[in-house]
Design a protein. Sequence first.
Length: 291
Amino acid sequence: MQVLFDFPLVGAGGEPISFARTIHSHGCARLPPASVEQSPLRYLRRFRVGNRVVELTLEERGGRLIVRSPSRLGRNEVERVRALVARMFRFHDDLAPFYAKIAGDKMLGWASSGAGRILASPTVFEDVVKTICTTNCAWSATVRMTTALVELGGGAFPEPELLAATPESWYRDAARMGYRGPYVRSIARDVVAGTYDLESLTEPARHSDEGAEEMLLALPGIGPYGAAHVMQLLGRHRLLVLDSWTRPTYLRLTGKKRAADSTIRRAFSRYGDFAGLAFWLFLTRDWIEEA
DNA sequence: CGTCCAGGTCTAC
DNA sequence: GGTAGACCTGGACGC
């Protein structure tokens, strides 16, 4: 196992990053081609680097993120991987203001020691496609569709070029994605054609939150839920992800009989630009083993 | 067997 | 701008 590089587990504002709490933050990060091994906590992720697939192991050791690979990589490949891992943890994001806001918070104070850094996919494209695969179906179907996509990609998530060139019949008959197939294929073709530069959405300087949301909503298969979901993975945390899992979970945790979306939003509005993250942490607290 | 629905979205009023 | 109905799939139910 070659150690490729390591990162200090610190965000842009000097805030701590809890590795264990990060990889538990969101289900999408655990979909193929990723997996999480417990004890010791290790995150495994297969990437395509050039024309081969490598499996990286991510572990925390001494407050640093250690990234290792079983196969040797060239300097350029290592730099490519470094950028992808940085994107997954969004090291450039500053959660310090959020932690300052929740420091004395009865509901979320527990999270201020590094939780909530929602792990993203290496590319926005992958997050968009996976998000479409979470809509209007059971989680088992999401796993099945994602597994098929990764198989198509030779063990790594397929790049837009491949998905654009894959016939509709594959989406229908092999991946069994139903009506989602044409959506995904259409997005892949538009990305390849340059109609949408999804990867630029990670750059705050290039897109306001409103602009990013607008681009996401323009994608077929991405509606209010999908846009809010991808926005979270972009580190844009104002929107609440409201769906058939978060709504009932909110009711259960609060003991309420019912709550309109607008009511839920209002309950978290005091967290401002981090309302969506606050909502997510509130819902997923029991996913995280208290240290 | 038929109906419902799961981490919604689109289209047509 | 708000609200029905349709939509692929497959597993969970009721009959």
